[in-house]
Design a protein around this ligand. Structure first.
Ligand SMILES: NC(=O)c1ccc[n+]([C@@H]2O[C@H](COP(=O)([O-])OP(=O)(O)OC[C@H]3O[C@@H](n4cnc5c(N)ncnc54)[C@H](OP(=O)(O)O)[C@@H]3O)[C@@H](O)[C@H]2O)c1
Length: 269
């Protein structure tokens, strides 16, 4: 077994790598990164570090030599057409290198046509299906980080969390939970061939739940207030994606429930 991970030095990739090193020998892990010099610590543990740039097909051909499982962590660039081009180059190189299993981190519950983000992830999944190579689709929920863009500090200071009206429900989870679940798949890849996982919180949570969690963490009473005048790019984005549907997939991979809301938001306070 030889598992390659792209974006291995990113925030999600680093967490996956750490978990994986606890479960399989380092010599079976290939970290594919744009800056191999920054990966000394993993090299010292015995992992193979290879240069990989989605925009340089020659680097991909070299990086994927001898790889059996490839985890493609989706590219972070915002231009979805360019992003699809990058993903397509990775997938073509995986086929060329006779990779036997492609795993891909997409986005949970993508509805065709709902957003360019959903379409990007569905198009990438389709490109993987078109290769005929066995796959595993790891569709990540919204990272819990989005709460960092909410006015949490002023809510604690003023005793009031203000949000736009609406039936807001969230399936967001921490990267830590996602990484642990994804590492569990990578540690026993054959169990997960040709499966699609929606990796979300086990239960949806609401702004009322968030207000209660903030209250508990800060030790101060807080109320939730709706303000129809409120405007932010964030709410426009949230309306384009499915933030409410949940699945037990992540909980099952973890072997325990996802981290409770109070603990997940603690780093953002
Ligand atoms: N579910 C969500 O809510 C959510 C939110 C944000 C993003 N995402 C997606 O999830 C992915 C992983 O998240 P993350 O937090 O780990 O993101 P991140 O910390 O920004 O990591 C992105 C990784 O992609 C690598 N990368 C960027 N351009 C590349 C290229 N041309 N060739 C090869 N590698 C390249 C980066 O390497 P360098 O260090 O060399 O730049 C880095 O390792 C993101 O890339 C994005 O597609 C999901």
């Amino acid at each position: 077994m030889s598992i390659a991970i792209t974006g291995a030095n990113g925030k999600l990739g680093t967490l996956i790598l750490s978990h994986l090193l606890d479960h399989i020998p380092a010599r079976d892990i290939i970290a594919c990164v744009r800056n191999p010099q920054a990966m000394h610590a993993y090299q010292a543990r015995g992992a193979d570090i290879r240069f990989c740039d989605y925009d340089q097909p020659a680097s991909l051909a070299h990086a994927f030599q001898g790889v059996s499982q490839l985890l493609l962590i989706s590219s972070p660039i915002l231009d979805n057409a360019a992003r699809l081009q990058q993903h397509s180059q990775v997938i073509a190189a995986a086929k060329q290198a006779s990779v036997s299993h492609i795993l891909y981190t997409g986005f949970a519950f993508p509805a065709p046509g709902a957003s360019s983000l959903a379409d990007l992830h569905l198009a990438t999944e389709q490109a993987i299906l078109d290769t005929g190579i066995p796959f595993t689709f790891l569709r990540n929920a919204l990272y819990m980080d989005f709460v960092g863009s909410l006015p949490l500090h002023s809510a604690v200071a003023n005793g009031c969390l203000t949000v736009p009206p609406g039936d807001w429900r969230f399936n967001a989870v921490s990267r830590a939970d996602l990484a642990k679940g994804i590492a569990a798949v990578l540690a026993e890849p054959k169990k997960h061939l040709n499966k699609t996982y929606e990796l979300t919180a086990s239960h949806p949570w609401t702004f009322h739940d968030l207000t209660a969690a903030l209250s508990e963490l800060s030790g101060k009473p807080l109320v939730l207030q709706e303000n129809p005048e409120m405007e932010s790019w964030l709410y426009g984005f949230l309306l384009q994606i499915n933030t409410s549907s949940v699945s037990r997939g992540l909980e099952q991979l973890l072997g325990h429930p996802t981290t409770v809301l109070k603990e997940s938001i603690r780093p953002f306070l």
